[in-house]
Design a protein around this ligand. Structure first.
Ligand code: ADP
Ligand code: MG
Length: 200
């Protein structure tokens, strides 16, 4: 992947989140404190501010640098968690990863999020999208399938009761809503899958 491709990937993911910031805030207003759209927008702005520097790095280092921007610039639970995800993804990623190498690094990133958030799938968080996507990647799913899996996984958070994060304070009242972090994960993954598919 060259500098231009990395730029396009970063810009597309950032745009997907920025364009849906109001929706993410609405979802977080229902079961949280209504800042998820703002947090994601702030994180993406911090990454875009370093776009040229980050895109010039090898993919693994670029992911780690983007992750650090999120950890340092975003308040709330999601900044450090997404930062941890990107840093975990970047750690073991070779310069030109095969699909299976990308899957392995994605698995390490998911494990890092689980450890950082002391969470597992089934607790109505971003992990409820990340884990099914990892399982689909292990079956070498193509981009459109990955996007479908992520969308279905996002919907599957609706009947769940939150057991982590602010939404858990609502107990049963968290049932019946999409988890905001599940939606932002879906947006990121669908955007990334489409671009990576286009590049390959
Ligand atoms: P905050 O909850 O601090 O206001 P955000 O609103 O930006 O932060 O992010 C909320 C999202 O973060 C939730 O919808 C959920 O997906 C995710 N989240 C919260 N706590 C955890 C956790 N311990 N593990 C994984 N994801 C979490
Ligand atoms: Mg919030």
């Amino acid at each position: 992947m060259n500098i231009e491709s990395r730029k396009r990937l970063i810009e597309t993911i950032a745009a997907a989140l920025i364009d849906h910031a109001d929706e993410l805030t609405e979802l977080d207003s229902a079961i949280g404190d209504g800042d998820h759209g703002h947090n994601m927008k702030r994180g993406m702005a911090a990454v875009l501010a370093e776009l040229d520097t980050i895109a010039a790095m090898p993919s693994g280092d670029a992911l780690k640098a983007a992750g650090k921007q999120l950890v340092f610039n975003v308040g709330g639970a999601s900044g450090p968690l997404y930062g941890t995800f990107l840093i975990g993804l970047g750690k073991s990623l070779p310069a030109e990863p095969t699909y299976d190498e990308l899957t392995n690094s994605f698995g390490e990133a998911v494990d890092a999020v689980k450890a950082r958030g002391k969470a597992e799938a089934g607790q109505k968080t971003m992990l409820d999208v990340l884990v099914p996507v990892l399982e689909a990647m292990r079956k070498r799913a193509e981009a459109d399938v990955i996007a479908r899996v992520a969308a279905d996984a996002r919907d599957a958070t609706i009947p769940m009761q939150a057991e982590r994060g602010r939404a858990s304070f609502l107990g049963e009242r968290s049932i019946g809503h999409v988890d905001p972090g599940a939606r932002s994960s879906e947006l990121m993954i669908a955007a990334a899958a489409a671009i990576l598919d286009d590049l390959s």
